[in-house]
Design a protein around this ligand. Structure first.
Ligand SMILES: NC(=O)c1ccc[n+]([C@@H]2O[C@H](COP(=O)([O-])OP(=O)(O)OC[C@H]3O[C@@H](n4cnc5c(N)ncnc54)[C@H](O)[C@@H]3O)[C@@H](O)[C@H]2O)c1
Length: 316
């Protein structure tokens, strides 16, 4: 539910993450201002915002009137002085430290008293990012989302060494008010939590294919029809306890020595990379994408997340 003490949210960066974050916050009735670099990028973001909402409306999750009310909460600016009173500033710019540091300098110049400056970086360390801040260094944190953050209801939050007490708690309260499940890491780690888990699984999936145990299609079938559906309702550690610590202890002692412990990208992914077989974007990767119904594929990507949609939306 919307927090009444938060009046203005500013988002720097009108790309996919920034615009999706705007859907999330306006969708919960927060006055949200997106900072665009120029008119062209502003228009692109306005169109993307509408596209994100259209998908929600097509699912019957949002009415036209609710969309209009949310759109009324959204503002654009190309001038930092208009967002001087922002309570929270989300930095959603390119994944590049000098770019992000340049933005932090502007924030410190114009924004009077932000409760937190929050980077949505995928991989950069909060301790490196905070080096670009001076007077607000104790208010900077990372809140890593998954794309698109208005649909995937999870954020992992990391403090920097300089973050003062209360900053993280306030940001978590804001994200939870927007129906996100939030985890605060006890300490920084590359890949945070979810990408460490995901890439450990990718490594073994590729290993199975490279060792000729099964084709990608059958590895995908194994994952989709065996254990993955379980983990939308229970957690990994709940499963370990439920199936038995003793059983898992025995399995791990037998199995782990046969699993990949590769320390760099696997040979077959490197091979695809070198041939510029980047997957969907080039038409070929582990699969041939040239004849795939991409609209249906896009629907399959979003479908598991519709059930999390329970927003209390503005009506007018
Ligand atoms: N796309 C994802 O799947 C994903 C997931 C999680 C986190 N992230 C992270 O979120 C951030 C944004 O990612 P994205 O996918 O939206 O990128 P994007 O390339 O779509 O958008 C980046 C935006 O930054 C803006 N920008 C660049 N320099 C700027 C400046 N000096 N001032 C103001 N705005 C500036 C650009 O105009 C653009 O709108 C990155 O740090 C990325 O790592 C991305």
């Amino acid at each position: 539910m919307k927090l009444e003490h938060i009046h203005n949210i500013a988002i720097i960066g009108t790309g996919m993450i920034g615009t999706s974050m705007a859907v999330l916050f306006t969708g919960h009735g927060y006055r949200t201002t997106l900072f665009a670099v120029n008119d062209e990028l502003q228009v692109k973001s306005e169109q993307q915002y509408e596209t994100f909402f259209k998908a929600l409306m097509d699912q019957g999750l949002v009415t036209e009137a609710q969309y209009e009310a949310c759109r009324g909460c959204l503002h654009y600016t190309q001038d930092y002085s208009t967002i001087a009173d922002a309570d929270y500033v989300f930095e959603c710019a390119f994944e590049n430290i000098p770019v992000k540091h340049g933005i932090y300098a502007e924030i410190e110049k114009y924004i009077t008293d932000p409760k937190a400056i929050i980077s949505t970086t995928s991989a950069l360390s909060a301790d490196d990012l905070v080096e670009g801040l001076d007077k607000f260094a104790d208010r900077m944190i990372v809140a890593h989302p998954f794309f698109p953050p208005h649909l995937v209801p999870y954020f992992e939050v990391v403090k920097s060494v300089k973050t003062k007490d209360g900053v993280t708690e306030g940001a978590v309260e804001l994200l939870e008010s927007a129906d996100r499940a939030v985890v605060v890491l006890k300490k920084n780690a590359p890949g945070f939590i979810a990408n460490r888990l995901q890439h450990a699984l990718f490594r073994e999936a590729i290993n199975i294919v490279e060792r000729g145990i099964a084709d990608p299609r059958d590895v995908d079938k194994a994952a989709m029809y065996s254990f993955m559906p379980r983990y939308t309702k229970i957690g990994i550690f709940e499963h370990i306890d439920n199936s038995g610590v003793d059983l898992n202890y025995d399995i791990e002692n037998y199995l782990f020595k046969d699993l990949s412990d590769a320390k760099e990208a696997m040979p077959s992914i490197r091979e695809h990379y070198e041939k510029k077989e980047f997957g969907v974007k080039s038409g070929k990767g582990y699969y041939d994408w040239s004849k795939v119904d991409m609209a249906d594929f896009a629907k399959r990507i979003s479908e598991p997340y519709w059930s999390f949609f329970n927003w209390e939306m503005p009506e007018k």
